[in-house]
Design a binder for this molecule. Structure first.
Ligand code: NGQ
Ligand code: ZN
Length: 417
C-alpha cells in the first residue's frame, strides 16, 4: 500500500518519537484572505452568496501592501506547519498597487510571499495568477480588480524574473485565475510560452453561475471546454472542480490532472459538493487546499470531504474501499499521492503525531489515521520537519511568537484601514 518515492515512503509508522507520516501539501491558498477569516459570516443581504462574499473579500484585498502581506502570510504559514501542512501552492493575484499601478519592484507582492515562506520554512509553489477580464464576456476589470491585472507580456516577464530564485523549497508555476478572467487567446499564448514541466493551476467550476456563463459564451461547460482546448495532463491542477457531469468526471480522471478540493472554503461559500465517489471510481487524482483559510487544518479538509459525501448519500465510509477499508488512510493517501504532481516538489517531509495525545492512546497502525482525521486535530501534531529543518517542536513553530507579533500589528492596520 505504501508508495515509495524519492527514498521516502507514503506510510504511517510508529517511531520512538511518535507516529511519523508524510506532511500534507496544501494545494490552494490565497494568503491575504487569512486576514478576513470569520469576518463575512453576518447577513448583509438575505441572498448572501459567493458573489457578495467576494465584495467583502475585495474590500480587504484593497488594503494590502507588500509588508502587510508578508506579515499575514508568515502567520498563516506558521499555522499551516503547526497543523501538518508542509508545502503550499500560493494562488497569487494581488500583484499591484490598489489603483492598479505597478509597485517599484513589480514583483514586490510575490516577493512578500517568498519571504514569508522562507522565514517559516514551508515549501512554496508560487503561482502568480494571470487575471485579465471581469467575466466570460471579456468585460474590463472592475475598479477593485485592477490590481490583479496583467498583459500576457508583463505576466510572462514576471514569471521569468521569479524563476531565477527557484530552489529546493521554491517552485514557480503558473495560474490562470479562471476561464472568466482569461480570454481564450491568452490561455493559448501563455500555455505555449511556459517552460516544460511548469505546474498550471486554474479555478474551474466553483459556482453554477460560471458554468452557465461558460455554456452561454463558450458553448461548453468550463471543464469540458478546458479539456477540449488545452492539453490537460499531470501538470495541471483544477481547483474547485465542483460542478461536473459524468463525462467531465471521467475526462479529468483520465487526463492525470489533480483536482484541488477546498472543502471548508467550498462549504463556507456555499459552492456545492464535489462528486468524490464517482471521481475515485474513475481513478482520479485529488488533494486538498485551505483556500480562504476559514480553516487551516488538513484534518478538517479531509474530514469534511468525507462528511459532505455522507450527508448527501445518507451512508457512512464513502471514500474507502475493500482494498483500503480505513477512510482516514484512504484520504491521506489521496492527498499524498497528488502532492508531487501539483506542487512540483518530489519530496517527502515529515510530520510526527504525539503518540501520547489522548486521541491516539492505544492507536494501532490500522486505526491511527482514522483517529487523527475523525477525532483529532492540530493538538496531535508534535513535530514537523521540512527540508531537514525541525520547524515545529512540541506543537509550536519555532517562529510562532515572532510571527504573531507582526501579525497582530498587521491586522490592527488592516482593520483600521
Ligand atoms: C479568489 N476564491 O480568487 O480568491 C476566489 C474568489 C473569484 C474562491 N474562488 C474570486 N474561493 O473567483 O472571482
Ligand atoms: Zn482560489
Amino acid at each position: 500500500m505504501a508508495l515509495r518515492e524519492n527514498g521516502g515512503m507514503h506510510d504511517i509508522q510508529l517511531t520512538e518519537r511518535g507516529w511519523a507520516l508524510p506532511g500534507i501539501a496544501n494545494l490552494h491558498s490565497h494568503a491575504f484572505q487569512r486576514a478576513m477569516a470569520g469576518m463575512a459570516e453576518r447577513q448583509g443581504d438575505p441572498n448572501d452568496s459567493f458573489w457578495t462574499w467576494r465584495e467583502t473579500m475585495y474590500a480587504m484585498a484593497a488594503r494590502f501592501t507588500p509588508e502587510l502581506l508578508r506579515a499575514v502570510a508568515a502567520q498563516l504559514y506558521v499555522e499551516m506547519l503547526e497543523a501538518g501542512y508542509t508545502s503550499v501552492c500560493e494562488f497569487h493575484y494581488l500583484h499591484h498597487r490598489p489603483d492598479g499601478g505597478f509597485h517599484d519592484d513589480r514583483a514586490a507582492m510575490s516577493q512578500a510571499l517568498i519571504e514569508a515562506a522562507r522565514a517559516t520554512g514551508i515549501r512554496l509553489t508560487l503561482l502568480p495568477v494571470l487575471y485579465m477580464s471581469g467575466g466570460f464576456d471579456g468585460r474590463a476589470l472592475s475598479e477593485r480588480q485592477r490590481r490583479f491585472g496583467h498583459s500576457v507580456e508583463d505576466y510572462l516577464r514576471l514569471l521569468e524574473g521569479l524563476r531565477a530564485q527557484e530552489n529546493a523549497s521554491l517552485n514557480i508555476g503558473c495560474a490562470l485565475h479562471s476561464l472568466r478572467a482569461v480570454p481564450e487567446g491568452a490561455v493559448r499564448e501563455v500555455l505555449a510560452a511556459l517552460p516544460q514541466g511548469s505546474r498550471i493551476h486554474i479555478h474551474i467550476a466553483e459556482q453554477m453561475a460560471e458554468v452557465e456563463d461558460s455554456i452561454a459564451v463558450r458553448g461548453a461547460r468550463p471543464v469540458r471546454w478546458l479539456l477540449d482546448h488545452a492539453d490537460v495532463d499531470a501538470r495541471w491542477t483544477l481547483v474547485h472542480a465542483t460542478h461536473l457531469d459524468d463525462g467531465e468526471v471521467r475526462g479529468i480522471a483520465g487526463s492525470g490532472a489533480t483536482v484541488a478540493i477546498c472543502t471548508t472554503t467550498e462549504g463556507n461559500l456555499g459552492d456545492g459538493l464535489f462528486p468524490l465517489r464517482d471521481y475515485l471510481d474513475a481513478g482520479g487524482r485529488w488533494g486538498v487546499g485551505s483556500d480562504s483559510h476559514i480553516s487551516v487544518s488538513p484534518v478538517e479538509e479531509l474530514r469534511w470531504l468525507e462528511y459532505g459525501q455522507r450527508l448527501r448519500a445518507q451512508r457512512r465510509n464513502i471514500a474507502s474501499s475493500a482494498a483500503m477499508p480505513s477512510v482516514g488512510e484512504t484520504l491521506l493517501h489521496g492527498a499524498w499521492q497528488s502532492a508531487a504532481a501539483s506542487t512540483g516538489f518530489d519530496v517527502i517531509d515529515e510530520v510526527v503525531l504525539d503518540a501520547d495525545a489522548p486521541v491516539l492512546i492505544g492507536a494501532t497502525r490500522e486505526d491511527v489515521a482514522d483517529r487523527w482525521l475523525f477525532a483529532g486535530n492540530r493538538d496531535a501534531v508534535k513535530d514537523v520537519h521540512v527540508a531537514g529543518h525541525h520547524v515545529v517542536i512540541n506543537g509550536r513553530h519555532i517562529a510562532h511568537d515572532a510571527a504573531l507579533v507582526d501579525y497582530r500589528r498587521a491586522i490592527t492596520t488592516l482593520l483600521a484601514g
